[in-house]
Design a protein around this ligand. Structure first.
Ligand code: ADP
Ligand code: MG
Length: 231
């Protein structure tokens, strides 16, 4: 995979272990993992132009090799509805980033489509010292953070194993649809798990991967934030 190898080699050359969200999402796209439409804007004018191209509402996030947890420093602004709001958000993000991270190298902002709220899931990968690349799956938010309702499988996984991962979590009935919650597109999730499996087994330089959250809909799914850490 050409872009993936180039991104990983370039980060290594620059001594960066954490890929930028733009880089991580480009890799996801090359492996067929759906992500929000996005563009990297280097200034306010570009941010407006790209927002108009992508279509409102949009999300703006800081892109910096020195900032890993973007929302912690006020580097994420959601639900931006017009050009005027884009300009204000751009200025606010720059101000927040400079205030919280001294001398941060800021490459610009990632402008992306705002994914409509839905059921949130997490797909992750870690390197187990004994078993190598290992995949994780769970429902987002409290299910992972408080209830630790997650499941793991050693990569590479088969399609059958990907389906098992979905049914193994306790919250599985929620994916099947519950009360006014529509059923989630489990085929789309199986595909994401299989493609993530391929991504981490083909690129052994990847130490950790975190697609968190992925919005899953009745039809399709979309990765909203992607984090990749190299060895
Ligand atoms: P952080 O680096 O802080 O993890 P995220 O990119 O995950 O930043 O953004 C923080 C939160 O904002 C996400 O967990 C998600 O709830 C929301 N969010 C981010 N991007 C989008 C988007 N494109 N559409 C909808 N919600 C988003
Ligand atoms: Mg995140």
């Amino acid at each position: 995979m050409k872009q993936t190898s180039e991104i990983i080699a370039n980060a290594a050359k620059e001594n960066r272990k954490h890929l930028l969200e733009t880089e991580a999402k480009t890799i996801c796209m090359e492996y067929g993992i759906p992500v929000t439409r996005f563009k990297l804007a280097k200034n306010e004018e570009e941010a407006v132009k790209f927002a108009e191209e992508i279509g409102f509402p949009v999300v703006l996030k800081v892109v910096s090799p020195d900032i890993i947890h973007k929302s912690d420093i006020g580097g994420v602004i959601l639900n931006i509805k017009n050009a005027k709001e884009v300009k204000a958000a751009y200025k606010q993000i720059m101000k927040n980033a400079k205030k919280h991270v001294r001398d941060a190298k800021i490459l610009g902002v990632i402008v992306q489509e705002m994914a409509p709220p839905s059921t949130e899931v997490i797909v992750g990968a870690i390197k187990d010292p004994q078993f190598g690349p290992t995949l994780m799956f769970g429902l987002g938010g409290v299910f992972v953070e408080i209830l630790k309702d997650v499941t793991f499988k050693i990569a590479p996984i088969t399609e059958e194993e990907a389906r098992e991962m979905l049914t193994e979590i306790k919250a599985y009935p929620l994916l099947k649809g519950y009360r006014n919650l529509p059923p989630a597109d489990t085929d789309a999730l199986v595909k994401i798990l299989l493609n993530t499996s391929r991504l981490v087994t083909e690129n052994m330089e990847i130490k950790e991967l975190d697609l968190n959250p992925i919005m899953v809909y009745e039809k399709g799914a979309k990765t909203v934030d992607a984090r990749i850490v190299l060895k």
